[in-house]
Design a protein around this ligand. Sequence first.
Ligand SMILES: NC(=O)c1ccc[n+]([C@@H]2O[C@H](COP(=O)([O-])OP(=O)(O)OC[C@H]3O[C@@H](n4cnc5c(N)ncnc54)[C@H](OP(=O)(O)O)[C@@H]3O)[C@@H](O)[C@H]2O)c1
Length: 252
Amino acid sequence: MKKQSVTQADAPAAPAGLALVIGAGGGLGAALLAQLSGAASAPGAAYPAVRALGRASEPAIDYDDEASLAVAAKWAASQCAEVGLPLRLLLVASGFLHGRQGQPERSLAQLDAGYLRHAFAVNAIGPALVMKHFFPLLAAQGRCVAGFLSARVGSIGDNALGGWYGYRASKAALNQLVKTASIELARRNRQAICVALHPGTVATSLSQPFAKTGLAVRPADVAAAELLAVLAGLNAQDTGSFRDYRGQPVPW
Ligand SMILES: NC(=O)c1ccc[n+]([C@@H]2O[C@H](COP(=O)([O-])OP(=O)(O)OC[C@H]3O[C@@H](n4cnc5c(N)ncnc54)[C@H](OP(=O)(O)O)[C@@H]3O)[C@@H](O)[C@H]2O)c1
């Protein structure tokens, strides 16, 4: 059978707005940025204006320094003004599982206050401050989307294995922040969508030490395209939900 090709005429129109990726230096953040910029994107995924922020961008963001988020939000507002487009897509792709601050715990005996503090700082407090400083920039009218990369292991209902206390608890905290902020955001714009996303297991430095043989590990560009397709298919009634990369709801 002849494969149907999508011509420019049938391709979905590019959303009229600016897209911003936070944590764009990470495996998934960089792949999302590439898709949105049109470098390797699916039809309709590209935005007319795309900007990126991370620890190494200019301005740089540092979750331990709220003032850096205030400066970055001012910069993002100036970028919207420069291109004459509102912020229509905000993606937060930052996250922490392992590093010099420690490794995910297998048992209570391995709990470490420094690791727990860092996991909560990066996975929950940082994204909460992003909500505080960047949500006021989201378009006040028409569809706009804020997507936060969470993880299925942050689901309380789905926790059958235990372990990974800090990562699980900090992602569960993120999920609650997403749900709560979705309610406030809807009061400002009834077409706004704010969701938590599970990307599946993706080949990045975050998953690398834990990607067991036999586990379906997908390349970051595939996962990014899937996540953007899920976001594109959501509507205002879906706000405040937790979705996986196939669009299926994940239990809280
Ligand atoms: N990979 C997977 O299998 C998988 C599975 C489930 C969920 N997730 C989630 O998906 C998201 C992206 O993960 P990834 O796989 O792309 O991981 P990654 O390659 O390690 O990227 C994570 C990014 O988070 C940002 N970040 C880390 N520490 C930070 C800090 N202290 N302050 C501010 N930003 C910080 C960095 O972005 P900058 O370098 O731009 O600052 C970093 O590159 C995370 O939320 C992760 O929990 C991933």
